[in-house]
Design a protein around this ligand. Structure first.
Ligand SMILES: [Zn+2]
Ligand SMILES: [Zn+2]
Length: 266
């Protein structure tokens, strides 16, 4: 079965990832306005009303901003764990009980043709998760908003065919940023903050050794990173391990402000 994987938006200003295969189509997060997410879906030929559901990673507004609007407008089921439901209630507004889906972190569930595994990530939210989605012999994943690359996350991502992996900030740019308070800097750099370019590169090298061959860098900070710097840091680290980019491993970018690549795999 052919998987379609498209990071619609990725970054501190809003996240939404489209995953489709067989007769099943889902969004992971909808962290922009309902209109922006609908237009992005339309631009890759997907009508929002044909989605089977929206999966929520955690309650931060860059992940849930459009969830309520899209669910109400297109009657889309929303999937989240209990603590995320409680934490996001005020932001997403009323979701009809018939569209309310709850799962347990760490327990996989079926959604149409997909088997979905929500796994815990270290981040300062109620019960944040990443997702790995299986269909046939293939799987795709997203893992952003992580203070560090935990053993649990490593296990959850081993051998995945393609993933969005966080490459949030350059540590030096963050330290030098005068607009960020010391408290905000230590939150981002902390164990429940965000993954730096350097930490992303280390994580990717570990994942390469489990068979991962395609990564999309995501959730870049607008202020403390640039796509060029993230790409260069990760690629240079892979090259230092003797890998040839484009032959041994594919490294792509998910964009903050426009629809990313549409990746097809089977
Ligand atoms: Zn985020
Ligand atoms: Zn977050």
């Amino acid at each position: 079965m052919r998987f379609t994987f498209c990071p619609l938006f990725s970054g501190s200003s809003g996240n939404a990832l489209f995953v489709g295969a067989g007769g099943t189509r889902i969004l992971i997060d909808a962290g922009l306005s309902g209109r922006a997410v609908s237009e992005a879906l339309n631009s890759i030929g997907i009508l929002p009303e044909t989605l089977n559901g929206i999966l929520v990673t955690h309650e931060h507004s860059d992940h849930v901003k459009g969830v309520g609007i899209l669910s109400r407008k297109y009657h889309l089921p929303v999937y989240a764990n209990a603590r995320t439901w409680a934490a996001m209630e005020r932001q997403v507004g009323t979701i009809a009980p018939s569209l309310h889906r709850e799962f347990e972190t760490g327990e996989s569930f079926f959604l149409g043709d997909f088997s979905v595994m929500p796994f815990a990530i270290p981040h300062d939210a109620a019960d944040p998760v990443g997702y790995r989605v299986y269909c046939g012999a293939c799987s795709v994943a997203t893992a952003t908003d992580m203070g560090y690359f935990s053993a649990k996350v490593y296990d959850a991502l081993s051998g995945v065919d393609i993933l969005v992996l966080e490459s949030n900030h350059d540590i030096d740019m963050l330290h030098a940023n005068e607009r960020y308070s010391a408290a905000l800097k230590s939150r981002i750099l902390g164990r429940h903050g965000h993954l730096s370019n350097e930490a992303c590169a280390e994580a990717l090298w570990m994942l390469y050794q489990t068979g991962v061959r395609h990564v999309v860098l995501g959730h870049l900070s607008h202020e403390n990173n640039t796509p060029e710097l993230a790409m260069r840091t990760v690629c240079e680290a892979m090259q230092a391990h003797g890998l040839v980019i484009g032959r041994d491993i594919m490294v792509d970018m998910a964009w903050r402000d426009h629809v990313g690549g549409v990746y097809e795999l089977e």
